[in-house]
Structure formats: structure tokens, C-alpha cells
Design a protein around this ligand. Sequence first.
Ligand SMILES: Cc1ncc(COP(=O)(O)O)c(C=O)c1O
Length: 483
Amino acid sequence: MHAASTSGRSTAPSMRSLARLASKRHQWIVRHRTAAAATDLAAPAGPSAALDDGRSPLPDPASLQLGAPLRSQFPILEQTVNGRPLVYLDNAATSQKPRAVLRALSNCYEEYNSNVHRGVHALSARATQEYEDARAKVAALICASNSREVVITRNATEAINLVANTWGAQNLKPGDEIILSVAEHHANLVPWQLLAVRTGAVLRHVRLTPDRTQLDMDHFRSLLSPRTRLVSLVHVSNVLGCVLDAAYVAERARAVGARLLLDCCQSVPHSALDVGSLGADWIVASSHKFCGPSGVGFLWGKYEVLEQMGPWMGGGEMIQDVFLDHSTFAPPPARFEAGTPAIAEAIGMGAAAEWLQQLGMGRVHDYEQEIGTYLWERLTSLSPRITAYGPPPGDPRSGGRGRASLVAFNVEGLHATDVSTLLDHAGVAVRSGHHCAQPLHRELGVPASARASAYIYNTAAEVDAFVEALKETIQFFDDVHGA
Ligand SMILES: Cc1ncc(COP(=O)(O)O)c(C=O)c1O
């Protein structure tokens, strides 16, 4: 347990108080385990709990209601954790996978597993077709006009590193400026730091508004200059939940001749994106956050930009011709996909993209606005000791762009990790820590936060269960500290 305040100060409990704490915690857990028997939150066991036979037709996603009715498509949700029905609210870290994706993965290995792009036999032809179809499904999800604009990568992190090590290394010189923000995930900070060391480029960071809820667009504007070569910003913050005015940023970046990369890890899973109207030169995302497998993600880039980018990793598949002393390279996207890719995972990512698109990204967005608002309101009205970060739902300063269905928060006097540990004992999975956004947490003046993040299968009853468990957690610590 972390006996620390939200400012990170350790209160170093004595051995006797630790023993008392352990005993009280044990009683608390026993009480919750007993209570679990009475709860009706778990999805009813029934046909939905049966293992997929791999043959029965799966329901048309367009016919499925979001929330509770969707849960039968996610077998992992039908379980108890610590004797309580699982309440999975860690979707900003990774999402669960629907049957359609699980089936795509098992079909690949059971029916046509083979290497892609390099065999003429039937299995290889089928694997190649499915792999390229997956690329097209991802392109369709983000409304890309051409699937050749989609490069399949290991994750969003690799996609950003790809741009840094190709376009960045080839185009930046000492004194050129890259605009990032203090709210970036480390994946959109560290690659540019490494590149700045290599090239002499200078990093500039957009700060937060004075109320520290979102990026300060006045400050962004003031950072732009003819020296700005690249703007790379998070589209939807994984901590603040705020949504960037991408069209405005794109217009201003274009006005100074800078390229724009958007980190869309937290927007691709949750809203209908159209890369044509976003105005970015590149976007990146990770499959595991949008119902697909881990180990795969994508970079989308305007084709004329990708064409100007030289290779990064060398090896099989990314070449046209290889001689002993030099090689010529394949056009994009193959140029950036050296070696055997994550074939089944890419196919699973395609299945996820298709399933979400059929479910309807408009419906996904609307559902998340509802449950996200409910989550925010229930959480923030629980106790005045709770600080929730980012703009409140409906904040006029968000310009009608809404906020993500996640809330990062702290409870005064408690460490986020202690909070999430006790929530886990009640079957509630939330994340705690710095969420790979250490500079942002420094800006917020806290070492860490807890974060509850909802997705399409979460329900209001689960939000209630989370808030109830949080109430008991706070009570538990109050009892301990008051003892
Ligand atoms: C906003 C944002 N950017 C980038 C990433 C990195 O994603 P990955 O680790 O899948 O590459 C994450 C993951 O949490 C994220 O939330």
C-alpha cells in the first residue's frame, strides 16, 4: 500500500499501524466477497457464455444495441474477479475483443496460416488476400481514400518512431522546431527527443490553459513560426479526455508550412474519423485500443508524403531489388513493412475495424458521450475530496467537441494506486499511475492519478458499482486513518 498523499509525500506508517491496516483490509475484502453473491450485475450465464463453435453465424453488428446487450459479444466480461462481477473500466489502456475478432484470429491459424506476399500456394494466396483486406478495412474505418496510405506497424508507438526516423531524420536540421504539448503520451515525446539529439531540432511544448483542463490554443498559436517544421499533438488526451480542435491546428500548421501528425490512439476507437477532413499528414493508432489484437497498429499518411519518406528498417518485403552493395526499395506501404508482419494480428485488426464500422461509429460516439457524462457526474458528485481532471462534459470551452468517456482523478489524502488496489478487490479494474504522461502529471501537480475509462460494453450499473466501491474505499481509508 502507498501511504502517500496526492502530493507524493510519504507518511511512513509504523509496523503496528501496517498490521492494523492489513487486518482491516482483510475484513473489507471478506465483506465484499460475501456481498458479491447478492449482486445481479454479472451478465446472465446462458447461451452467450457458451464457447464459440466457430461456425454459427455471428450477429450483424448493426443489429446490436450498445451497453448491456453488447456484452454477450465479449466473452471475457462474463467473469468474476475477487468474487465480484468484473467491472472493466480500463479501456483507455486496452479494450476487450469481440467474438468477431477472436474468430478472425482462430480462423487464420486453423484454416490458412501461411506467410504473406511470398508464396504462390493456396494458403499463402489466402493469407495475403486477408492481410491486404485488413489494410483496406482499416482504411475504410478512417475514410482513407486509398489503402496504400495505411502502413501496418507494431503499434502507435512504432508508427510515431517510423515518422521520426524517416521524415524527421531526412528533413530536420539544427534550429528547426517541432511543436508538441505538455499533455502528450510518452510515445509522442520520446521519439522526438531522440530525433532532436540527432538533428539539432528544437522541441517546443504547448502548455495547458490556466485551469489546466486542455491545451492552450493561444499558446499554440504563439509558438508557430517559419521555423516550425512539424506539429505533433494528441487528438484526444488519455488523461484529460479533452478533444483537440484538429481542423484549427491543421489550418495553422499549414499556414507556416509545417507538417502535422495526430496521435489518434484515443480517438480512432471512439469516433468516426475522416482523415480527409482532419487535415493531418499522418495519424497513428493501436489496434488493441479499438477491439483488435495487441502487437499491431497503423500509420496512415498522405500518399505523396509517404512516397517522399525513405525506408527505416531494412529487410525482406520492403525492397524492389537487392544487390550485394545496395538495394532499391518498394513503394509505400511495403517500403515500411520490413520482414514478416504480425499476420494474424493484422487480420484481427481488420476484423475489429470492420466490426466497429458495422456497429456504427456514430452510435459508438453517442453512447460514449452518455456513459462518459454519467461517469463524470457520478464520480465528481461522490465527494468534494475528488479532483477530476480535464474539461467537464458540456464545457463551452470544448467547442462542442465533447470529451472522452474517461475520467482521471485523485481523492485528497489517498494515493491513486491504493485506490485502484482496493477497487480491484471489489472487481473493478481501473488504471493508476502516470498513464505514460509524466510531464502532464507534473503540470497537474500530482505524481499519479487513477483513471476509469468506459467503452461500448460498459453500463450505467457498472458505473454505479465503481462509484459504490470507491465510496467504500474512501470510507475504509478514513476508518484506518481515524483509528
Ligand atoms: C494517447 C496515446 N498515445 C499513444 C499511446 C501508445 O500506444 P501503444 O503503446 O499501443 O503504442 C497510448 C496508449 O496508451 C495513448 O493513450
